[in-house]
Design a binder for this molecule. Structure first.
Ligand code: NAD
Ligand code: MG
Length: 480
């Protein structure tokens, strides 16, 4: 195979002006935290500190929730939907105008390739606001009765893998339905949420409608437990999701949880193999595998397994790992030292349990947090790498002989967020999809997202749906 050398093609960071420190965004203004306390956010590609953000404590959460309550009662709740829609459209347009700046910032703070933040995250972020702007004046026609009411104040906690996109998934439907929000971004990726606060100011959103509180798990805990929050929305680990479910149990709060996954990508022997290779690569190496719906288990039919793995390995050899800001990069930096540690620990467990580990030759930068694209073969269903979410660029390969066996193995997981089915036959695709216990099933493609399409899990992947008309339900007081 010819090896192409690529000249460096770095995206300039001059478009982003990161301040050395940030306060909290409460009631439409920047505020210092009542008790002080800061945390540093780093660029995971270089380990260099980007900025210091505030840690919100109990008094700050009180102030933010009170501001959100006031804004919901006096301004945002009573406002006609067609007027709320104008704000959402305005936010969407500003996000488009500032998309290059926000994409660069996202790659700096998160480590994801600029190609992804520029071509996937930011377009989807704007699309989400456009989509829910369209619903704001049509709620009586959404199928939830003639006069669906907002819930009130939403407390929202999001993870670090798609920082601005998860913010959009949380804030756009909440606002469209007339709720106000207190949102806590993840501690390793707070910057795009803070820039979003500036977008809200630019859009002249009434004060208190959106409040952004930075901090770590303890701040999230305070937001979730606050007694004047009506609705809790969380995306993150199953472990924290369970804790939140316990906190909210017995209160009148409404809850949606979007948790982890261990999706199966099923490749039948009649599939277009090169196309399936692309889908499997996208399924597990997109965003360094930091994707809750990642296709982290490959189930390939035994008769084509050898050939498929040959082609997959050849394709993996062409993935470029390195500087997230380089426009040619396919796989960027792992988000944090802690996440790298988790991936390393699970990969070591894979070897210890007897699976066979393989990565293409690949030079990793000296500084920063890196893990090469990796596959494990000879994986048994009992292995930890077949059961636990690795949340990194690591694929566990299993084989099957019959469709029944494929379905049984695919469903043999506590999770149920997504799945992929690769086959030429529509009948086989539908037969398989009907039997898979997963919220989203892609066929002959993977990781396709659209604001009009609902997303969410079965079993330990959580409950509730985000996106589409279904996504409105989580933010409306609908009698069942
Ligand atoms: P996490 O669940 O600990 O963090 C997600 C968010 O929850 C962050 O904003 C965090 O500050 C907050 N949080 C932490 N503890 C909290 C608490 N007790 N109450 C309220 N909020 C709290 O995720 P992590 O530790 O960053 O990652 C651990 C694992 O979780 C990963 O390895 C991966 O398997 C999984 N994960 C899944 C997703 C997803 O999209 N489903 C996203 C991130 C991580
Ligand atoms: Mg960071």
């Amino acid at each position: 195979m010819p090896a192409f050398e690529y000249a460096p093609a770095p995206e300039s960071t001059a478009i982003v002006d990161v301040a050395p420190s940030y306060g909290l965004f409460i009631d439409g203004a920047w505020a210092e935290p009542a008790e002080g306390g800061t945390l540093k956010t780093v660029n995971p590609g270089t380990e260099e500190v980007l900025s210091e953000v505030s840690v919100a404590g109990p008094a700050d959460v009180d102030r933010a929730v009170a501001a959100a309550r006031r804004a919901q009662r006096t301004v945002w709740g009573p406002m006609p939907g067609r007027e709320r829609a104008k704000y959402l459209y305005r936010i969407a347009r500003i996000l488009q105008e500032r998309s290059r700046e926000l994409a660069v910032l996202e790659s700096l703070d998160n480590g994801k390739p600029i190609r992804e933040s520029r071509d996937v995250d930011l377009p989807l972020v704007a699309a989400h606001f456009f989509y829910y702007a369209g619903w704001a004046d049509k709620l009586p026609y959404a199928g939830f009765g003639p006069d669906p009411r907002p819930l009130g104040v939403a407390g929202q906690v999001i993870p670090w893998n798609f920082p601005l996109l998860m913010l959009a998934w949380k804030i756009a439907p909440a606002l469209a339905c007339g709720n106000t929000v207190v949102l806590k971004p993840a501690e390793t990726t707070p910057l795009t949420a803070l820039f979003f606060a500036d977008v809200c100011v630019q859009a002249e959103l009434p004060p208190g409608v959106v409040n952004i509180l930075t901090g770590a798990g303890e701040t999230g805990r305070l937001v979730v437990a606050h007694e004047d929050v009506d609705k809790v929305a969380f995306t993150g680990s199953t472990e924290v999701g369970k804790e939140i479910a316990r906190t909210v149990a017995g209160t009148r709060k409404r809850l949606t949880l979007e948790l982890g996954g261990k999706a199966a990508n099923i490749v039948y022997d009649d599939a277009a193999l090169d196309q399936a290779v692309e889908g499997v690569v996208n399924g597990i190496f997109f965003n360094q595998g930091h994707v809750c719906c990642a296709g982290s288990r490959l189930l390939v039919q035994e008769s084509v397994a050898e050939e498929f793995l040959d082609r997959l390995k050849r394709r993996m050899g062409t993935l470029r790992v390195g500087d997230p800001l380089d426009k040619n990069t396919d796989v960027g930096a792992v988000n944090s030292a802690a996440q790298l540690g988790r991936i390393q620990e699970l990969a070591a467990a894979g070897e210890a349990e007897g699976a066979h580990r393989w990565s293409p030759p690949c030079e990793l930068p000296d500084r920063g947090f890196w893990f090469p694209p990796t596959i494990f073969t000879e994986v048994a269903q009992s292995h930890r790498i077949a059961r636990e979410e690795i949340f990194g660029p690591v694929l566990s390969v299993l084989t099957f002989r019959t469709p029944d066996e494929a379905v049984t193995k695919a469903n043999n997981t506590p999770y149920g967020l997504s799945a992929g089915v690769w086959t030429e036959k529509a009948s086989r695709m539908l037969w398989t999809a009907q039997r898979l216990r997963a919220g989203v099933i892609w066929s002959n493609t993977f990781n396709k997202f659209d604001p009009a399409s609902p997303f969410g899990g079965f079993k330990e992947s959580g409950f509730g749906r985000e996106g589409g008309r279904h996504g409105l339900e989580a933010y409306l007081d609908v009698a069942h």
